[in-house]
Design a protein around this ligand. Structure first.
Ligand SMILES: Nc1ncnc2c1ncn2[C@@H]1O[C@H](COP(=O)(O)OP(=O)(O)OP(=O)(O)O)[C@@H](O)[C@H]1O
Ligand SMILES: [Mg+2]
Length: 254
């Protein structure tokens, strides 16, 4: 966690963005301490993915200022985005190949990353088409972790998964973040998911005009039992700053 002496892992200061002249993000201020997991919630279309792409350097902001003091980031998208022509092992090892790591080291590190997300070593020779949805997401997480990032962007990675599998994947993320000490920006529009995985929740305006709420969650991710998750998510759903989220998931709280 941050102190006055440690620089923030990521700072967005008055960031704005426009697609073809249409403003989709405006006056976004957000700071993440090293090791901190912040869930970013907001309704569909409010600009969460655009914000993650700006933060990760995929898009240039039109306004404002950005500072990253993390060493290396990984990224997990909503769809697994695996290369269909490559085996699961090759997919996971891809960032290492880009970084010029030797073939033997790549294989060993891909296997270690796969073990971290409970992917069976026998599945690593399979092609993406031979994997289940949950296995593909595990492979995508392993690929994001293989180069040992100290920061990870998660862009609604589990939306397509069923409730039980989603829960298992959330636990894997929590365990990996504790073991590997990475911080994260975890985008979701599911308040229960946000409450499970994060230290803090930031909520975006309906039209991307700023962060309209920021709530520090009690306790640590992984230590909150289901009753606590339910109570916290129910309280947030009634919080005026979170009213506009209107998410189906929180109406189906466990
Ligand atoms: N490549 C693009 N060109 C033009 N407009 C875009 C582009 N990508 C996104 N937009 C627009 O920018 C706005 C924000 O989109 P963005 O994908 O960031 O939202 P989001 O909050 O991630 O939504 P969701 O929860 O559905 O993933 C939307 O109005 C969208 O239509
Ligand atoms: Mg999105």
């Amino acid at each position: 966690m941050a102190s006055a002496l440690t620089p923030a892992a990521l700072t967005l200061d008055n960031v704005g963005y426009a697609y073809l002249g249409r403003t989709v993000l405006d006056r976004i201020d957000l700071t993440l301490a090293p090791g901190e997991v912040v869930a970013l919630v907001g309704p569909s279309g409010c600009g969460k993915s655009t914000l993650a792409h700006i933060a990760a350097g995929v898009l240039e902001p039109r306004h404002g200022h950005l500072e990253r003091s993390y060493r290396r980031h990984g990224m997990v998208f909503q769809e697994a985005r695996l290369m269909p022509w490559a085996t699961t092992r090759e997919n996971i090892a891809y960032p290492l190949r880009l970084a010029g790591v030797s073939r033997r080291d790549r294989a060993a590190r891909a296997e270690a990353a796969a073990a971290r997300v409970a992917l069976d070593i026998r599945d690593l020779d399979k092609y993406p088409a031979e994997l289940s949805g949950g296995m593909m997401q595990r492979a995508a997480i392993a690929r994001a972790l293989v180069a040992e990032p100290d920061f990870v962007y998660f862009d609604e990675p589990f939306t397509a998964l069923d409730v039980a599998l989603k829960r298992r994947m959330q636990n894997l993320v929590i365990e990996a973040s504790r073991a590997l000490h990475f911080g994260a920006l975890f985008i979701t529009h599911d308040l229960s998911e946000a409450v499970r995985v994060a230290h803090r929740i930031a909520v975006m305006d309906l039209h991307g005009r700023g962060i309209v709420g920021d709530r520090l969650l009690p306790g640590m991710p992984g230590d909150r039992d289901e009753a606590t998750v339910y109570t916290l998510a129910a309280a947030l759903a009634k919080d005026p700053a979170f009213r506009h989220i209107h998410d189906v998931d929180e109406r189906r709280l466990p």
